[in-house]
Design a protein around this ligand. Structure first.
Ligand code: ATP
Length: 338
């Protein structure tokens, strides 16, 4: 499923360049640079508090009032940070957004059909055509008996079904960009996989690019073209999903992979990385992972700039040794259960 589309030469649909966000003077994002090309998907992965959601919020300027922002965010060449209120409203309407809890995004007192029709009408004034389009989209999302579903209220639908309705309604408008923040975290594992596979299928059909935020590296590598690994408000590694999954380089990415549950062995426990994640607000100029990193050196007190090989970049002083396999014992990709 992983494929890298587009050319690294063509300008991206979305360009984030040296983005800094502070809230009430507390640094949250510390120089995030990312690119998403038309029709491709980027997974942003990291532990809680690493700045994934804040990055998405900065893309739509949905930040707290006391936030200060610097850097550049451009979408199709338009400078998002410089938009006036009217331009920002238009721009936000053009971006699809899906959040963790579908119930928070729908009005509980209206049937789901009214919500879908509202969206279908935006691009088609004819009510009958809008209804047909809404029903077809539900069917495409493999929702059985879509006409009956249209008359149901949100509480009558399971979380998985309601999230599928939400995603269908967002993709119906064929946005150039879909922002999905942990869209399946509230669902059980099997439903998660189904919903994500369908989302990916539909977004590819409509040529929609996606940023998929998740703490689950496996899930993100399964559906995204590229992966950015964030920690402490910074991107520590970025590259093609298949490469990140097979040859992760940053010690933090390796720790994330090693700490996932071992499904092959059906071990129920989830292993965690030793130590607590560090918030961007606590980090100095050094690598934010240094205090938990098994191979940290004194020089990790300064985070190096990204070292790029092909289209895979990593911020780590020990990258040459990682590449040479010298640190494999200290940075295992599988932790053997004791
Ligand atoms: N409204 C806010 N005011 C102040 N700090 C905030 C606010 N929202 C988030 N933060 C802080 O910003 C940092 C990044 O938060 P963010 O929500 O982007 O993390 P995340 O990686 O998405 O985590 P999670 O997976 O838990 O959602 C955290 O340290 C968080 O405490």
């Amino acid at each position: 499923m992983n494929a890298v589309h587009g050319s690294s030469v063509a300008p991206g649909l979305l360009e984030i360049d040296d983005l800094h966000v502070a809230i009430g003077g507390v640094p949250i994002l510390r120089g995030v640079s990312l690119q998403v090309e038309n029709g491709t998907s980027l997974g942003i992965v990291g532990e809680s508090g690493s700045g994934k959601s804040m990055t998405l919020r900065a893309v739509t300027r949905l930040l707290p009032k006391n936030a200060t922002v610097s850097g550049r965010v451009t979408v199709s060449g338009r400078d998002v940070l410089a938009m006036d209120a009217a331009a920002l409203r238009r721009y936000r309407r053009s971006v699809g957004m899906v959040f963790q809890d579908p119930r928070s995004a729908v009005n509980p007192i209206h049937p789901v059909g009214s919500f879908l029709l509202e969206r279908a009408k935006d691009s088609n004034a004819d009510l009958r055509a809008a209804r047909e389009r809404a029903v077809a989209t539900l069917r495409r999302m493999r929702i059985s008996d879509p006409e009956a579903r249209m008359a149901q209220y949100p509480f009558e639908l399971s979380g998985g079904l309601l999230q599928r309705v939400m995603i269908a309604s967002v993709l119906m408008e064929r946005p150039a960009l879909l922002l999905a923040d942990e869209p399946t975290t509230a669902l059980d594992v099997t439903t998660q996989a189904d919903v994500l596979a369908l989302t990916d299928e539909l977004r590819r059909e409509s040529g929609t690019a996606m940023i998929f935020v998740s703490h689950d590296l496996d899930l993100a590598t399964a559906i995204c073209d590229r992966i950015a690994v964030m920690y402490g408000g910074q991107v520590l590694e970025e590259g093609p999903a298949a490469e990140i999954a097979s040859t992760p380089k940053h010690p933090y990415t390796r720790a994330l992979l090693a700490s996932r549950p071992d499904l092959d062995r059906r071990l129920p426990e989830i292993r965690v990385i030793d130590g607590a994640p560090r918030a961007a607000s606590d980090a100095g100029p050094g690598c934010p992972f240094a205090s938990r990193c098994p191979v940290a050196l004194d020089r990790c007190a300064q985070l190096p700039p990204p070292a790029t090989a092909g289209d895979h970049s990593v911020r780590c002083h020990r990258i040459a040794e990682v590449d040479a396999g010298i640190l494999d014992a200290e940075l295992p990709l599988r932790v053997v259960a004791s």
